[in-house]
Design a protein around this ligand. Structure first.
Ligand SMILES: [Zn+2]
Ligand SMILES: [Zn+2]
Length: 277
């Protein structure tokens, strides 16, 4: 059974990633408002009724700003650590479930594993989602490619991987020094170079899709990132997730791609396949 993935938005203005099979799905983070989440999923033909849970990586606004409303409206359980929860607007009326790093949570046949990482937040985690032998990783907001990140990246058939900034652009840019150092200091974000090194050194041969994520508006350039990674892509498809719109839905496990209705479709989609969403 294939796994379907999409970025609904990616960047410091909001993060929300969809991972699911034909029966159930999870959202990783809820950093865009509820209405926009619904609109973008609708354009992709993704049914909100298939979403069974939201997993939260950390409390920064770009990962939780739509959480309280979305979880309440659809009565969705929110998987979050206790420390992270303290910094959110979740109330007793929400269904909150605490997770522990390295223990698996089953959502139907999806198995979600959280692991801790370096990032300047209360209790930051990243996730891999496994379904019937296909593994998808969501690796954003990582200060460095630590052993945990590497261990899980090596298992992924597809990955959302942060490529936050170009080192020269950050250095020469308008950000104050304290912020530049916060971003690149090992507890902030991965640069294009660090991200590329992780990819070229640890990419497994079966990785079919790499979705570059959480690009800085001021210190990066999507074309630069696409060009940089494409040179080293081999048989991995390189996609840059946008700060402004959803990606297509990618099917991991076969070659089928569902494009948003508003954009040209890279692959002709048959009606029978559409029913999968
Ligand atoms: Zn972020
Ligand atoms: Zn963050």
């Amino acid at each position: 059974m294939s796994v379907f993935i999409a970025s609904l938005n990616s960047g410091s203005n909001g993060n929300c990633y969809y991972v699911g099979n034909s029966e159930e799905a999870v959202l990783i983070d809820a950093g865009i408002i509820c209405r926009e989440t619904e609109k973008r999923m609708g354009r992709l033909g993704l049914d909100m009724r298939r979403v069974k849970a939201i997993f939260i990586s950390h409390e920064h606004t770009d990962h939780i700003c739509g959480l309280a409303v979305l979880a309440k409206k659809y009565n969705l359980p929110v998987y979050i650590t206790d420390n992270t929860r303290q910094h959110t607007a979740l109330t007793d009326k929400h269904c909150v479930i605490t997770f522990n790093a390295n223990s698996q949570v089953s959502i139907g046949s999806l198995r979600v594993t959280a692991f801790s990482k370096y990032h300047d937040a209360a209790d930051p985690h990243s996730f891999v989602v496994e379904n019937n032998g296909i593994t998808v990783g969501i690796f954003t907001d990582i200060g460095r490619a630590c052993d945990n990140v590497i261990k899980h990246f090596k298992l992924c058939h597809a990955a959302f991987l942060e490529a936050n900034y170009d080192e020269d652009m950050l250095l020469r840019g308008r950000y104050p020094w304290f912020l530049k150092n916060r971003i690149r200091g090992g507890n902030g974000h991965l640069s294009n170079t660090q991200s590329l090194e992780l990819f070229t050194t640890h990419r497994p041969p079966f990785m079919s899709h790499l979705l570059l994520a959480h690009l800085s508006r001021d210190n990066n350039n999507p074309e630069l990132v696409k060009e940089l990674f494409s040179r080293h892509a081999g048989n991995t498809e390189i996609i840059v997730a946008s700060r402004y719109e959803e990606t297509a839905v990618y099917s991991i496990g076969n070659k089928f791609v569902q494009a948003p209705a508003s954009r040209p479709q890279p692959v002709k989609v048959q009606q029978m396949q559409l029913s999968l969403f």
